[in-house]
Design a protein around this ligand. Sequence first.
Ligand code: MF3
Ligand code: CO
Ligand code: CO
Length: 263
Amino acid sequence: MSIKLKTPEQIEKMRIAGKLAAEVLEIVEPFVKPGITTGELDKICYDHIVNVQKAIPANIGYHGYKHTSCISINDVVCHGIPSFEKKIKDGDILNIDVTVIKDGYHGDTSKMYIAGKPTITGKKLCEVTQGCLYAAIEIIRPGIRLKEIGKTIQKYVESFGFSSVREYCGHGIGEVYHDEPQVLHYNADDEGVILKPGMTFTIEPMVNTGDWHTRTMKDGWTVKTKDHGLSAQYEHTILVTDNGVEVLTLRNNEDFPRIITHP
Ligand code: MF3
Ligand code: CO
Ligand code: CO
């Protein structure tokens, strides 16, 4: 398995696509309130990508998917389908996941939102999920094995008594949406590749309050926790640099460095 390294020109395009994807998560934020439907939130994302960014929503037509975003509420782990019938309720936790294509390159990112008054468990789960993504990003530098990412995430999540979902993983990304390598969010046997400058991939841990098993609904998309516990997810697209990592989908209001360098 050989993973193509991005050239400086390609990296610049990844930066632009990443920034646009991050911007979508920011502009939709003020609308995430009890009473709005996930269909309306999806339309806000679509309109911004197409009309303002003049970019392409990568999910539309992806394996027959019809929407711009995946919106996954409470016990939905991932791939929740937006619907004008589905209203957000007070205390709901929801993930919005968008991928934008600009100039042929993909930016893929997601974050959690809490509607109205947070529940203690919902808030804690969201914090831990963001925390495990940050912990994984912080160790990235050339020379380490991909396996270290999953190991870091699993250890972090389990120290809070939560579990890391195993059936879905992060992925290489660039001109191709879901490329090699697979980025596992748990400590698997496979050592994985050695990270090199110019690699771009996503890290997108899904974390459950109960156990990690999931079940896909009859619609063929919606993935829920098997035990009906809550689930949260955060996703960033990152670049391995010469001495660390760059977060390509960092949001302006996000309290995390865009670039981390290791001496
Ligand atoms: N954005 C998701 C990911 O992080 C994939 C969604 S595919 C869709 O890789 F078709 F469900 F939109
Ligand atoms: Co995504
Ligand atoms: Co992804």
